[in-house]
Design a binder for this molecule. Structure first.
Ligand code: AMP
Ligand code: MG
Length: 511
């Protein structure tokens, strides 16, 4: 790691926030980070606090005022017990390896034990330059931080594993981006941890084998303790091979959930893939409106590497990059190690298909399993292709069609002939599936959302905040998305895809 001189950064003071810090990463993994402090925000202003999450984490909401909270989550004031650091990692970005990335504009404040005893990282993004900033300014613009807030909390409500949004603080300074001078912000997020595939790759590229082992052991202890237990009882395979298979299953399950909700991450580099299977780093991500497997939103993803349909194989590719770093511990004979690891990696697609099919069965209202379900599910997708059918609305209206309202779903198609044939077969399948109509509709409505973060709504919220400091649309959107499965009368506008006047959606990485 690059040597840095004593860093002169100012933190006004420390304060008792109520957080119970217990910083195992910092204590156990010297050499995996540099202690650092953020830049001082000139005028920190609390824009949004996730109060239920803050309570869960133990933030003292009785004694702390909004100004205090703004100072804490801008990094101007440090929580007692925090040990802020910038973490180092590497990563494959769009297939090419970058040997040194790291927190270029972020700080890990430390780990908090929450009210249920869970250990969780608190992390600031946009807090200033660090030794890993390379050419970047270390800052974040308000718009993308509101975006991360909206989408990560929506993902949580949609039951997709994710980092959580804790707070957004305006810094009172402007940041320079391609589109001009923008209001700056710091985003506070919470994660099971910030260990990435890229963290392993950093040490692997430097042949620091001891460090990889140290990191793997730490990961197992923190996130997969059952592997240690099994090892003690001598009933498991090699723990590092087992780690590969556990991460594989978490990632396969995560990818299936993304696909079932029409979510496109946009920048699935290995530095943006957590070891815990939480979605992380919401940059150019977006939800698809019309079903099209080739959908790409990110303006820099010109080859469509991270297009909707490519996400599962990319998940597997990323897993292979993790597995490579662990080979020296999987087996003493390198050929055997490769063989064993390859076997685990190859199981990714099978696992993914299983998670996806289980999810599809729920979306289609099946309580039983039939051999033909996979084909039936795929045939629905085929019927949707090229038809400009809204992915989210289709599944929701499928349940409505059980009450006889077939027109409302047909209306989604330009040409519904193929869909009609499929619908007949679906109804035949349901006859063999014992459930009352009411129960089936209720069960489908628990997994098929009415409300997702529609791109035009997200943009509307961000623009009002950026241009007029009007946070009402943002607040409303966050509120709607917190309850995505329950249809509410007054919220029609949040159900609809973007109107035709909304230009084809492009997201940008320059956040
Ligand atoms: P991302 O594409 O957001 O996952 O970031 C890739 C790398 O660039 C990470 O190492 C980030 O810390 C770094 N980075 C992104 N934006 C900035 C910025 N404004 N200043 C410094 N580093 C940045
Ligand atoms: Mg990242």
């Amino acid at each position: 790691m690059r040597k840095i001189n004593q860093v002169q950064k100012v933190v006004d003071s420390t304060i008792n926030t109520g957080f119970k810090f217990d910083n195992s990463y910092v204590e156990q993994l010297a050499g995996f980070y540099v202690p650092f402090a953020g830049d001082r925000a000139p005028e920190p202003e609390l824009i949004k606090l996730n109060r239920p999450l803050a309570e869960e984490l133990g933030l003292d909401l009785v004694h702390l005022q909004a100004e205090d909270i703004a100072k804490i989550f801008s990094g101007n004031v440090m929580s007692q017990g925090a040990a802020p650091v910038a973490q180092v990692y590497a990563g494959h970005q769009f297939g090419g390896f970058s040997p040194q990335l790291g927190d270029g504009r972020a700080l890990l404040l430390g780990e908090v034990i929450d009210s249920s005893g869970k250990r969780r990282d608190i992390h600031l993004k946009g807090s200033g330059r660090t030794p890993f900033s390379r050419g970047g300014d270390g800052k974040a613009a308000l718009g993308p931080m509101l975006r991360e807030y909206i989408i990560s909390e929506a993902m949580f409500a949609l039951n997709i594993p994710t980092t959580r949004a804790l707070a957004v603080v305006g810094t009172g300074e402007k940041v320079i981006r391609d589109s001009g001078l923008l209001p700056g912000a710091v985003f506070a997020r919470v994660a099971a941890s910030h260990i990435r595939v890229g963290t392993f790759e950093y040490f692997s590229a430097r042949h620091e084998t001891d460090k990889i082992k140290q990191l793997a052991d730490y990961t197992i202890q923190r996130h997969y303790p059952e592997l240690k237990l099994k090892q003690k009882e001598n009933q498991s395979k090699n723990p590092y091979l087992a780690l590969i298979s556990e991460v594989r299953d978490r990632q396969a399950s995560l990818l299936a959930r993304w696909m079932l909700m029409g979510f496109i991450h946009g920048v699935m580099n290995t530095d943006n893939m957590t070891i815990t299977g939480e979605t992380i780093d919401y940059g150019p991500c977006a939800f698809m409106d019309s079903y099209d497997p080739a959908t790409v939103f990110s303006s820099i993803d010109r080859q469509g590497r991270y297009a909707y349909q490519n996400q599962p194989p990319i998940g597997q590719w990323n897993l292979a990059r993790l597995a490579e770093t662990l080979l020296p511990f999987v087996h003493s004979d390198p050929d055997t190690a490769v063989e064993l690891a390859t076997h685990e990696i190859n199981l990714f697609s099978e696992r993914y298909q299983q998670y996806w099919l289980d999810g599809m069965r729920s979306k289609l209202g099946f309580s039983t399993k039939e051999a033909d379900d996979h084909r039936l599910a795929n045939e629905l997708l085929q019927a949707m292709e090229g038809q400009d059918v809204d992915f989210t609305q289709l599944f929701r209206r499928l349940a409505d069609s059980l009450r006889g309202d077939i027109e409302c779903i047909r209306n989604l198609f330009d040409d519904f002939e193929k869909f009609d044939q499929w619908h007949e077969r679906w109804l035949e399948r349901l006859v063999r599936d014992p459930m009352s109509v009411d129960d089936r509709i209720a069960s489908m409505n628990c997994v098929n959302p009415v409300y997702i973060p529609r791109n035009h709504k997200v943009e509307e919220a961000i623009q009002a905040a950026e241009a007029e400091s009007n946070f009402a649309p943002f607040e409303k959107l966050v509120e709607v998305l917190a309850n995505p499965f329950e249809e509410r009368d007054s919220l029609d506008e949040y159900e609809e895809p973007a109107p035709d006047s909304f230009p084809p959606y492009k997201t940008f990485c320059g956040t």
